[in-house]
Design a protein around this ligand. Structure first.
Ligand code: UDP
Length: 237
């Protein structure tokens, strides 16, 4: 493995990232580009677990007036649609990929079995974890933190549309300041938009660093792996 900062990573891609500028559904050019970025990791012999969100299709909190649990089930199904789209794009460029879901749908994907997931990773297959944690009232960020702990990932790579963590929204404020480094406690106390608090505390309790970086710029994942200082790292100190 050539100069890789990490051996096993958990890549979290938001659903929104798959929709490109459309804001809904898929922009297949973007899906293809993300797949190529993942391939660069695999080509560097990095083991890749991937959790994808569902926000390009449905989020539980969008279900105004709906039963929250039902709305969250719909969100988890949305993540499975995204997982299959990414699997298809990855396999299309020769990357062996397995989807494992937290809610069983065995005609479509494997159920989540930790030992089996780890075995796939050891064989160089990308494992996409669908249906979040399988529980309502959680987010895919929390699912990424949970699966990262379970597969003993070295880091969570949090791919965003912005290139790191800022003190305020950089799309609205020209003077927004980007952080290079933060502690988990700073994220929580300052209410910074990294991951939700449940996910952040799970990472803190299990000492899993979170690297927030921009996915819209091609080649960033490779730069992260080569140890370039891009984005924002959230860790113990
Ligand atoms: N969800 C859930 N439990 C989980 C993960 C996700 O209920 O463990 C539901 C929840 O409704 C959420 C939706 O799935 O809004 C999509 O996930 P998320 O909002 O995290 O996607 P992202 O914002 O990353 O696209």
């Amino acid at each position: 493995m050539a100069n890789c900062a990490y051996k096993r990573v958990m890549l979290k891609i938001s659903g929104e990232a798959l929709s490109g500028a459309n804001g809904y559904g898929f922009d297949f050019d973007v899906v293809g580009r993300i797949a190529r970025e993942v391939k660069t990791l695999v080509d560097m012999d990095v083991e890749v677990g991937l959790v994808v969100g569902g926000g390009n299709i449905w989020r539980g909190r969008s279900g105004e007036g709906m039963d929250r649990t039902t709305a969250d089930h719909m969100g988890m199904l949305a993540t499975c649609i995204n997982a299959l789209a990414l699997q298809d794009a990855l396999e299309g460029i020769g990357v062996h990929t397995r989807v494992q879901t937290a809610i069983e749908m065995k005609e479509i994907a494997e159920p989540f079995i930790r030992r089996r997931a780890v075995r796939h990773l050891e064989k160089g297959r990308v494992v996409i974890f669908g249906a979040g944690s399988g529980n309502p009232y959680f987010s895919t960020d929390t699912a990424a933190a949970l699966r990262a702990a379970e597969i003993e990932a070295d880091v969570i790579l949090l791919a965003k549309n912005v290139d790191g963590v800022y003190d305020k929204d950089p799309n609205k404020f020209a003077d927004a300041k980007k952080y290079d480094k933060l502690t988990y406690m700073e994220v929580i106390e300052q209410g910074l938009q990294v991951m939700d608090t449940t996910a952040t505390t799970l990472c803190m309790d299990n000492n899993i660093p979170i690297l927030v970086f921009g996915i819209s710029e091609e080649g960033n994942i490779k730069k992260v792996m080569e140890g370039h200082k891009i984005g924002t790292i959230v860790s113990k100190k």
